[in-house]
Ligand binder design. Structure first.
Ligand code: HEC
Length: 106
C-alpha cells in the first residue's frame, strides 16, 4: 500500500505543469518562435518562411519595459499595426518574458 501511495505521488508530481521562470523557456513554450528568432542565443524560428521571422536579438536596446508590456497586450501599435499574436500566457509569464527580452542586447 505504501508503495502504491508513493507511486501515485510521484506520478502526480510528474504531471504538474512546470512553471518556467526562464524567459527563453517561456518564449519557446508560448511558441514565439513561430514568427521570431533570437540569433545571438541561437533560438531558431519555426516559421515556414524563416526570412519573415523578426530577430529579437537586440530588442533590449530598442525597446523599454512599458512599451513591451503594452505591445504584447495589443494596447499600442508598431508601424500602424498591433502585435500579430494575442498573448496566450498569463501575467506572470508576460513579466518573465519582458524581463528576459530587456536583457537581449547585441
Ligand atoms: C503569428 C506571428 C507572431 C507570433 C507567434 C509572435 N509574434 Fe511578435 N511580432 C510579429 C510581427 C509580425 C511583428 C512585427 C515585426 C516587425 O515589424 O518587424 C512582431 C513584433 C514583436 C516585437 C517588437 C519587436 C520590435 O522591437 O520591433 C516583440 C517584442 C515581439 N514581437 C515579441 C513576441 C513574443 C514575446 C511572442 C511570444 C509570446 C511573439 N512576439 C509571438 C509576429 C508574431
Amino acid at each position: 500500500m505504501k508503495r502504491m501511495m508513493i507511486a501515485a505521488l510521484v506520478s502526480l508530481a510528474v504531471c504538474l505543469p512546470v512553471r518556467s521562470t526562464d524567459g527563453a523557456a517561456v518564449f519557446k513554450e508560448l511558441k514565439c518562435m513561430k514568427c521570431h528568432e533570437v540569433t545571438t542565443l541561437e533560438i531558431k524560428t519555426t516559421a515556414k518562411d524563416p526570412k519573415k521571422a523578426t530577430d529579437l536579438a537586440d530588442v533590449g536596446n530598442q525597446r523599454e519595459e512599458a512599451w513591451l508590456f503594452s505591445y504584447l497586450k495589443k494596447e499600442i501599435e508598431k508601424d500602424g499595426k498591433k502585435h500579430k499574436m494575442k498573448f496566450k500566457g498569463d501575467e506572470e509569464q508576460m513579466k518573465v518574458i519582458v524581463a528576459w527580452m530587456l536583457t537581449l542586447k547585441k
